[in-house]
Design a protein around this ligand. Structure first.
Ligand code: DMJ
Length: 885
């Protein structure tokens, strides 16, 4: 397949060759294994990984095939289900024997010719994509299309050793068929693809128009190879346009956001970073250059990487933050486990120092849990999402770092992974995802990427002699770990951006040298280089100290000398523990009930220095809405109680009585005497998405046209059921609603709704309140009769704000948005608690003024509010919040 490369052609491949040469030289330089691990031990570990792979794969074949996945605890198969909102499963499982396909090239990489050939045969016999399955374009591309193309190139390759004599391009035919079924997704005005298609019928009429950047930008390697193998340029053209269309919408900080509208190209979620929803966009920007050799990708990468280092990497040079793409304001305090792939990409791009530091940070978290929690909060130094679905990212980075440095430390790290998988995840019929890394509990699921990616990289780490390490063809691993080969003959020689000679363009591929990457701040401080032993990580000791601080923290120190005050909710109170959000100015708390404040005596005033586990900086303030400070701190300062807020009311045109509503425990409060004039509407919904009373559940994104014509600026009547209350509110908010009334679907009562289980921060900026089932049904009847399809309503705040009075507590006088309120403790002012009337945009009155629906996002008080959006690519419950500026 690969011909000899001419000298002029070699020049164009120089950067890649340089990188590969580095790695290959490192491997070939020594016939003996690296110091720190004997060759024998390394090979034992390699074989152990293969045994682990076979344990997973054989159990899949025995208990699950032809289903998509294996349930390793119950030894059964898993397929998609009929719930269209079960994205976590149905985005990925298309009824096409996913695990069989996704594992194809892993057999070859593990040197198993027979298994490879058997699996190829089985795919050819069983797989057919004419399926009534609505799947995510991104997932199917990376897991299925990528695997088919990879296996095809291996099956036809004349020298690598996996050529199948009887094979007649059947996998390529299947890949092309799949590509054709995905192509309708690109039919948008922006070229940014719809996130989901039905494999049989194409894009569904009510498909959500929002896609994450990773979903849109992680298609080019597979679609490009499909084009080059079939000779039909349309696949590559579509995927390239999608990638560049997203990149073209970058912010002035050269950052891309998280979620974008495929129809108008406007950002829906402006969170920038390297984690869920964005991760592999950057990966494909760089790897498209590596595979196809076209300089426009690497030119874009250079700009993108500068943007990340300048704005996303923090001043310590360790954390890669989540920030607003336009302002750079810190948006969240967590790091996603998905972002652990980034050091691997940094290695490929030549930035080893930054790669080693970030890898070490992730590994420090791994060592705490023997796994990597899906989301770790570096402020609380604890997981905020505790599951671990056996993801590959950290293992992939470990492999890349070893490839580049050959530092035996990374083999030690790999050994830890092998042992931890054995200890934490191995079950009778495979390897089970961890439901909770702290509790060590299992989820009955083995995702296909555990075999196709996680164990593949782990195997490669220990298999220095693997054919991959001496490949002559241009190659990359896709984001799903599939090996894609592209011989020079299939590269695009006519690339518009390709230089004609090295001297034509100083930035041309031929003369391009790896940029000098911004060093870690610790290096700048001329710290003597770390003297490492065979068993210590290759990062400066100062960086290690910072990692220690970030992951383990100095909680104890921060607490010393502080008076710990637990603010208890009053008995029978409807308040769950407070939701806490990091904002640019400190913390925003939904209320003070349920938190523990660490209070320091600073002479004339007191100052809060810790909130639960969160350590505040000297300038941080705590912002609490008025409802949330209706509490009494006793004068002796060691106890506090919280009062339940009264009910709010709804006045409806045509009804002669006010309906009592229970305000949710999340979202903004209504101040006493506050009145919101609005119209309430009931959105249309398919039967499966309605309650018995005919009210929409509101658990999925509202179609753009419905949002524009009916929802925007109005209140929404929804029914309880189908998903969490906060999810309904999030979708309503994104569609432009200014409030949500949720009808109970059982009994006669109402209660204050709590957010979904996994929501650890309060993300709602519009109020939600519950109405009884009977009164909800009454409302929907009235709405049906109304000619306009809407009803005039008034939402009335509670009669009185709870007033602490007395010696301690709250003394409030309204002056515009911020209440001139002093929270007192032990008779003295607490200097850094600020009370606001409610969360709203500055300078706008009334609840309607709390929203600016342009772009589908809510704008709250600048610098202090937040908004949210569910990530489309982060499987699992993921809500992202950002600071509004
Ligand atoms: C895989 O499907 C791919 O690695 C993707 O890029 C991200 N998520 C999973 C593994 O975590």
């Amino acid at each position: 397949m690969a011909g000899p490369i001419a000298a002029s052609q070699q020049r164009r491949l120089l950067p890649l060759l340089l990188l590969l040469a580095l790695a290959i030289a490192a491997f070939q330089a020594s016939a003996v294994s690296a110091a720190g691990m004997t060759r024998e031990r390394r090979l034992q570990l390699r074989d152990k990984v293969k045994e682990q792979f076979n344990h997973g794969y054989d159990n899949y074949m025995t208990h699950a095939f032809p289903h998509d996945e294996l349930n390793p605890v119950t030894c059964t198969g898993r397929s998609r289900d009929s719930n269209p909102d079960n994205w976590n499963v149905n985005d990925v499982l298309g009824n096409f024997s996913l695990t069989l396909i996704d594992s194809l090239d892993a057999h070859a990489i593990m040197g198993d010719t027979k298994r490879f050939e058997d699996a190829v045969r089985l795919v050819i016999r069983h797989v057919n994509f004419d399926l009534d399955s609505r799947v995510q374009v991104f997932e199917v591309t990376i897991r299925v299309l990528g695997a088919l193309l990879s296996a095809h190139t291996l099956a036809v390759h004349p020298t690598i050793g996996f050529q199948i004599p009887w094979y007649a391009d059947e996998l390529l035919v299947l890949a092309r068929d799949l590509g054709d079924r995905l192509m309708p997704a690109f039919d948008t005005p922006t070229g940014i693809p719809w996130p989901r298609v039905n494999l049989r019928t194409g894009v569904l009429p009510y498909e959500a128009a929002s896609t994450c950047s990773a979903g849109a930008g992680t298609l080019l390697l597979e679609f490009g190879v499909l084009s080059r193998l079939t000779g039909d340029p349309k696949y590559e053209a579509a995927a390239k346009h999608a990638l560049l269309s997203v990149w073209g919408r970058r912010s002035p900080l050269d950052l891309i956001g998280n979620t974008i509208n495929v129809l108008d190209g406007k950002w829906i979620n402006e969170l920038a970073g390297i984690g869920a929803g964005i991760d592999s966009f950057y990966e494909y920007l760089f790897k498209s250059y590596v595979l196809f050799g076209e300089s426009e990708y690497v030119d874009a990468w250079d700009v993108a990487y500068q943007g990340l280092i300048k704005h996303v990497r923090d001043e310590r040079g360790l954390l890669y933050k989540t920030i607003n793409m336009n302002t750079g304001a810190l948006a969240t305090t967590w790091m996603d486990s998905l972002a652990a792939f980034f050091p691997g990409l940094q290695v490929l791009a030549g930035d080893l120092k930054n790669a080693a530091a970030l890898h070490q940070l992730y590994f420090a978290i791994w060592t705490r849990y023997s796994a990597l929690p899906e989301r770790f909060d570096f402020n609380t130094r604890a997981p905020t999402i505790s599951s671990y679905p056996l993801r590959p990212e950290l293992i992939e980075s470990t492999y890349m770092l070893y490839l580049a440095t050959r530092d035996p430390w990374y083999l030690e790290v790999g050994e830890r992974f092998v042992n931890d998988f054995e200890k934490m995840a191995r079950v009778r019929c495979g390897f089970a995802s961890l439901a909770d890394v702290e509790a060590g509990t299992h989820e009955d699921r083995m995702e296909s990427f555990f075999l196709s990616e996680t164990l593949k990289y782990l195997y490669l780490l220990f298999d220095e002699e693997n054919f991959v390490h001496t490949l002559h063809d241009n190659h990359v691993f896709t984001t799903e770990g599939h090996l894609l080969l592209l011989p020079y003959s299939l590269q695009n020689h006519q690339s518009a951006s390709a230089p004609t000679s090295q001297s034509d363009n100083p930035k041309s591929i031929g003369t391009r040298v790896c940029p000098r990457y911004t060093p870690l701040p610790s290096e700048r401080r001329s710290k003597p280089p770390n003297t490492k032993s065979a068993n210590s990580p290759p990062v400066a000791s100062e960086t290690m100290d910072m990692i220690e601080l970030l992951v383990a923290g100095t909680r104890q120190e921060a607490r010393e000398g502080l008076q710990q005050v637990r603010v208890e909710p009053a008995e029978g109170s409807r308040y769950t523990p407070a939701r806490i959000v990091q904002t640019a100015t400190g913390l925003l708390l939904s209320h003070l009930a349920g938190v523990t404040l660490g209070i320091a005596d600073e002479g004339p005033t007191y100052r809060v220095k810790t909130v639960n586990e969160i350590v505040l900086s000297a300038t941080d303030t705590i912002t609490v809405p008025a409802r949330g400070v209706a509490f009494l701190v006793s004068a002796d300062g060691d106890s506090a109680e919280f009062e339940a807020s009264p009910l709010i009311r709804l006045v409806v045109e045509g009804l002669d009585k006010e309906l009592p509503l229970a305000l949710a425990t999340y979202g903004p409060a209504l101040a006493s005497g506050e009145r919101i004039d609005a119209r309430i509407v009931s959105p249309p919904a398919a039967q499966s998405e309605r309650s018995k009373a005919g009210i929409a559940l509101g658990c999925t994104p509202h179609p753009v046209d419905v949002a524009a014509s009916l929802i925007e600026g109005n209140m929404l009547l929804l029914s309880r059921g189908g998903c969490s209350f906060s999810e309904k509110t999030a979708w309503a908010e994104i569609a432009g609603a200014i409030g949500v009334v949720i009808a109970n679907n059982q009994g006669s009562g109402i209660f204050p709704m709590a957010p979904g289980e996994n929501v650890t921060v309060d993300t709602a900026s519009i109020p939600s309140a519950m109405v009884s089932a009977r009164e909800g049904a009454m409302l929907v009847q009235l709405l049906r009769k109304s000619a306009s399809g809407s009803l005039k309503v008034q939402l009335l705040g509670p009669d009185e704000v709870g007033d602490a009075g007395g010696e301690g507590g709250v003394v409030a006088a309204v002056t515009g948005e911020v209440l001139d309120t002093r929270v007192q403790f032990g008779g003295r002012h607490v200097s850094n608690i600020r009370v606001i009337r409610s969360w709203r945009r500055k300078g706008e009155g009334g609840m309607a003024g709390r929203r600016d629906t342009r772009g589908g996002r809510s704008l709250l008080e600048p610098g202090r509010g937040f908004w949210c959006m569910r990530f489309c690519c982060a499987r699992g419950p993921a809500v992202s919040c950002g600071v509004v500026t």
